[in-house]
Design a protein around this ligand. Sequence first.
Ligand code: NDP
Ligand code: DXP
Ligand code: MN
Length: 383
Amino acid sequence: MKYLSILGSTGSIGCNTLNIVEMFPERFAVKALAAKSNVPLLAKQIGQFHPEIAVVFDEQRALELKHILPANAGVEILYGDEGYRAAAIHSSVDIIVTAVVGAAGLMPTLAAIDAGKDIALANKETLVMAGEIVMKQAEEKGIKILPVDSEHSAIFQCFAGQRKADLDKILLTASGGPFLNKPGNEFTDIKPEHALKHPTWQMGQKITIDSATLMNKGLEVIEAKWLFSVSQEEIEVVVHPQSIVHSMVSYKDGSVIAQLGIPDMKGAIAYALSWPERLPLKQPIPDFANMKGLTFQKPDMEKFPCLALAFEACDVGGTLPAVLNAANEVAVYAFLNHRISFTDIPNIIKTAMDRHNIVKHPEISDILEADHRVRSDIEKELF
Ligand SMILES: NC(=O)C1=CN([C@@H]2O[C@H](COP(=O)(O)OP(=O)(O)OC[C@H]3O[C@@H](n4cnc5c(N)ncnc54)[C@H](OP(=O)(O)O)[C@@H]3O)[C@@H](O)[C@H]2O)C=CC1
Ligand SMILES: CC(=O)[C@@H](O)[C@H](O)COP(=O)(O)O
Ligand SMILES: [Mn+2]
């Protein structure tokens, strides 16, 4: 039996993870569930999966949860930073699924690594903000960081049985998002409801907007750099609108190994939880015979400046990726709340990056300080 703690259990990745637990009750059990504000859904999950700990964002929500649950629920209700930390380091947990969205994922993940827990990493922002520190700490603690992000799961699978010395490059696929074929001069008309219509994947709101700006791919370049210990030059983004090829790796003899599947996160989540075994998920394979084609093209960095900004942050390093991430988060939520336009997103990020005094070899405190400063500067200007 493998015991799980799911940070972000009420989100898209969290719910998919619980679907897998439900499918394989003889393999997985849940010890801790953590959410932010969706108290009714968390209460339902507690009733079904019986964790020992449940965590919400603040005391108010903890009280709400307590009122909803029956008196004999047998779960300890915690809240805030201490609560997320408790869920991350719970003594009988084997693996932490980091399915929280945004910078909030960083500190619980570091706490989990410090406590010697394996990580099924969905929260890419953790590696964007502090990839060097996180990977170093994971190595020191001898824990595994198993990728959940579909491309990184694919790359991980394409590396299996290969020698790192034979690597040519990682070909990181991108769907191109809903605006791949929209002329750039019409981007000012884009509303949240248009950007929230991802062509191939069902995901939470923040990552869906990131896919529409191509920032998601930029974050994934930085994630891949740290996760696989490669240079930026060894990563190429390839637009593949069908999202069937989840990524590829080329080798120095000209061979290219790809991982394919339907666009459904259950495959990548289950693989992170059961690696190196594969679980009988009963997922259909892509319908190759009736497929209209698998196509590939270069990303257009002028139309999608967020991708270029992420490459710049990746190249410069230090605290700059954390600044990119924080500015992006604030801008995405401002766009979702109709406070800025779609084309303001890259402008806000660029301004934050230009203004920032980079700390070249940051401690975690430098990263958190940069994150907080960027958020408060942008929020002051916007609201
Ligand atoms: N969805 C997908 O298919 C993929 C997602 N990822 C990555 O996985 C992560 C999760 O994405 P996704 O599931 O789509 O996101 P969702 O928005 O669907 O879910 C986010 C989860 O995090 C919780 N949460 C939000 N803010 C906080 C906070 N400040 N502190 C603690 N918990 C918080 C939410 O709680 P509540 O709902 O209770 O408010 C919810 O449980 C992201 O980093 C994303 O980039 C990577 C690849 C694919
Ligand atoms: C499912 C997943 O891993 C997402 O990160 C996905 O990659 C988003 O699609 P884009 O390729 O459009 O960013
Ligand atoms: Mn992805």
